[in-house]
Each structure stands twice: as structure tokens, then as C-alpha cells.
Design a binder for this molecule. Structure first.
Ligand SMILES: CSC[C@H]1O[C@H](OP(=O)(O)O)[C@H](O)[C@@H]1O
Ligand code: ADE
Length: 302
């Protein structure tokens, strides 16, 4: 980090997927509701510290898992984490495997996504303020590096890099779909990381995913169909490993000298907004305040 860059105190957002509804070992823990201009997030947020580093945890589907992937308010979830002060977000997600070499129990620190969802709100922007952020590199390499080295340190079975196919769900894939995604050279499949990753980019949050394999999807000759029973069997062992990974990676992220994100995640909006200032809708700008206030110079809002 160069001497002139401002030092940034990291606040680590953690989104827990299926099977991960709480995080242990947090000091000063407190569940607090956070309001956003985009509606309610899935649940209250759990604030606390791990090894002195500020963390904010959100169970993606809510505690007790009441909300399915298509009904999640992804905008409210990301806006709430941004309002809570997060600088980065680590998504911990259950996935099916599309590769023989990625068996249940394996973790994939994915670096690409293919978004096949179609029934979700995908942007904070719209009529009255148009923005086009780059998604060429959807995962923050700095976060990925830290996750990789934490996983290696713990001896977890983990692969760096891979493509996560995001399907709409909630039904699992047909065999033909599963084979199609394999022919596209996708590695894992799940239902939640889009539009989450797109919204994190719009909110200028570094984002990375630990995709935790629970099953072989239905393409595999020995796993004719995916069932929740199969998935749940693997979920709790994966969740224990994910908690260990969080305990290892958070201190690393807190200890690293912090300047601006080398990849520019924290400046993603700088050349993304195309609507002329006089054509911008003040009501939308007010709503965009927490996620994009830095570029509009505002405060408050959601
Ligand atoms: C209960 S298995 C299917 C469910 O699990 C994954 O969710 P998450 O990414 O939140 O762990 C998958 O995408 C489905 O929503
Ligand atoms: N096979 C699968 N397809 C989609 N989402 C999943 N989550 C866990 N396993 C999955």
C-alpha cells in the first residue's frame, strides 16, 4: 500500500446460505434490524467482532430458512450490509457439483458466474439513473487470495477458481439442463449468488463466494436425482468447516495493510453512471444513497 493512500478499516460482511444461520465465536454479538430503502433484508443482522475485526452476518434465507431463492430481497440484503458499514462480503453457499473431481464436502472459491435467473430484481439503478458496472471479474481477487490461503492453512479440500451456474429454482435441474451446464464447462450449480454478486458490485463492495458442495446434481451416474435429504446430510459438516474458515480468514483480512481494492471493486461506479446530472431522478438518488452515496456525495437514505 502506498503511504499516501487512506487506511481503510475493513468490516467483513458474511452471508450464510443453507445450513448457516448463525456464526459462533463473535465477541460483542448483537442482532439488529437494519432498514433500507429497498425493503426488508432476510433477517436482522448479527454484528460482532472476530479477533477484533468488525463483522456483520446475515442469514441469506433468514433464521429457520423461511425464504426461497426467488423470493429473497437481494437488493435489501446488499443495501443493509452496505448501510451496516461493510467493505466486503463473503458468500457461503451450498452448491451441487458438475464435476467428478469436486465431490460433496469440497469447497470451491469460484471466480466466475453464469446468471440464468430471470425472476429477480437485478439492479439498484433504473429509470432516472442508469448505470452499467463491469462484471468481467465478478469476484474480488484479494478476498479470493485470503480465502484460499485460509482454506489451505486449515487443510480443507478446496479449489481456487471455478464457474458457478446460477439457476432460478426452486426445483433442482433436469438431467438435460445439468448436462447442458456441464457442456458449458460450469463447475458448480446453485440458486442464489446472482443477482447478489451484481448488486455487491453496484454497491462497490468486494465480493467472493465459497461454494460448498453438497451433492453431485443429477448428471452423475451414481446420483440419479438430487434430494434435500442428500443435501442436508452434507450441509452440517460443511457448515462446521465454513465456520472454521471464517474464524481463520477474518483475522487475515483485518491484518492486511488496507488501501483501496487493487481490483477497483470499491470504485466500481466511478465510470458506470451514464445519466446526465440534470436528468437524474431525485427520488431514486435519495434511495440510492447508502449504496451509491459516495459517488453522489450524499448521506442517509437506503
Ligand atoms: C437446501 S439446498 C438448495 C439451496 O441451497 C443453496 O442456497 P445458498 O446459496 O443460500 O446456500 C441453493 O442455492 C439453494 O437455494
Ligand atoms: N444440485 C443443486 N442444484 C442447485 N442448487 C443446489 N444447492 C445445493 N445443491 C444444489
Amino acid at each position: 500500500m502506498d503511504q499516501t493512500s487512506p487506511r481503510i478499516e475493513p468490516v467483513i460482511g458474511l452471508i450464510g446460505g443453507s445450513g448457516l444461520y448463525d456464526i459462533d465465536g463473535l465477541e460483542e454479538r448483537e442482532w439488529r434490524r437494519v432498514e433500507t430503502g429497498w425493503g426488508d433484508p432476510s433477517d436482522a443482522l448479527l454484528f460482532g467482532r472476530l479477533a477484533g475485526v468488525r463483522c456483520v452476518f446475515l442469514p441469506r434465507h433468514g433464521r429457520g430458512h423461511p425464504t426461497p431463492p426467488s423470493a429473497l430481497n437481494y437488493r435489501a440484503n446488499i443495501a443493509a450490509l452496505k448501510r451496516a458499514g461493510c467493505t466486503e462480503v463473503i458468500s457461503l453457499s451450498a452448491v451441487g457439483s458438475l464435476r467428478e473431481e469436486l465431490p460433496p464436502g469440497h469447497f470451491v472459491i469460484v471466480d466466475q458466474f453464469i446468471d440464468r435467473t430471470f425472476a429477480r430484481e437485478k439492479s439498484f439503478f433504473g429509470p432516472g439513473c442508469v448505470a452499467h458496472v463491469s462484471m468481467a471479474h465478478p469476484v474480488c481477487a484479494r478476498l479470493g487470495d485470503a480465502l484460499e490461503s485460509a482454506a489451505r492453512g486449515l487443510g480443507l479440500p478446496a479449489t481456487r477458481g471455478g464457474t458457478y451456474l446460477v439457476m432460478e429454482g426452486p426445483q433442482f435441474s433436469t438431467r438435460a439442463e445439468s448436462e447442458l451446464y456441464r457442456s458449458w464447462r460450469c463447475d458448480v450449480i446453485g440458486m442464489t449468488n446472482m443477482p447478489e454478486a451484481k448488486l455487491a458490485r453496484e454497491a462497490e463492495l468486494c465480493y467472493a463466494t465459497v461454494a460448498m458442495v453438497t451433492d453431485f446434481d443429477c448428471w452423475h451416474p451414481e446420483h440419479d436425482a438430487v434430494t434435500v435429504e442428500q443435501v442436508v446430510k452434507v450441509l452440517s459438516a460443511n457448515a462446521d468447516k465454513a465456520r472454521a474458515l471464517v474464524r481463520a480468514v477474518v483475522p487475515m483480512l483485518g491484518a492486511a495493510p488496507r488501501g483501496p481494492c487493487p481490483q477497483g471493486c470499491d470504485r466500481a461506479l466511478e465510470s458506470a453512471i451514464v445519466t446526465a446530472p440534470e436528468k437524474r431522478d431525485p427520488a431514486l438518488l435519495a434511495k440510492l444513497d447508502a449504496v451509491a452515496g459516495r459517488v453522489f456525495g450524499g448521506a442517509g437514505g437506503g
